[in-house]
Design a protein around this ligand. Sequence first.
Ligand code: ADP
Ligand code: MG
Length: 216
Amino acid sequence: MTGLRVDNVVVRYGGAHPVTAVDGVSLTVAPGETVALLGPSGCGKSSLLGAVVGIVDVDAGQVVWDDEDVTDVEVHRRGFGLVFQDGQLFPHRSVARNISFGLEMQRLPATDKRARVLELLELVGLDGLGDRPVTDLSGGQRQRVALARSLAPQPRLLALDEPLSALDADLRGRLAIEVRDILAAAGTAALVVTHDPAEAEVMATRVLRMRDGRLA
Ligand code: ADP
Ligand code: MG
């Protein structure tokens, strides 16, 4: 098992003002490792993350998992998960039904699904809150639901795009430690984007700095 390998990836956007958002980036994430991508706004972090998970088109280069080229494999077949800044929960679903959403594509027996949801509630420290509407949760709790939902289908890699940026500073510090511990407990490889050096230091085993579409 070699995990993720990004090989000379280029992402360009066309239109009236063409831009090369990612300009030949190569990196690796070993199984179980958390790597942070740190850089200022506009340096291409989200574009690179999008290219890895498959929601952004790659103009050159390769995205490889365990020696399999997945550059042209569709999003849902890569086995990668994605957590956004604002969580993007389903407002009309309970906590448990948000978490089980990720399992609905997998044909699991209902009892296995329920067990997996309970396991995740415990992992993210939300035991007993499965029936709550997500609209009743704090920002920090909502991000923990988003994390649990992404981890539910056991992705081989989790991509997190500024997962704590929508939270206030005090909570961010504490949740960064929690996210690190949750990823370690789940054993999931992760690529986490942030513009906050302290957050990167806390969450990641390795920090890569990005500037103007390249790794510095
Ligand atoms: P970051 O996540 O580091 O803030 P982005 O990857 O969002 O950086 O953006 C990198 C560059 O690509 C910026 O110049 C941004 O304006 C541009 N960009 C991002 N998304 C698009 C898009 N969908 N269409 C055109 N340009 C884009
Ligand atoms: Mg971004």
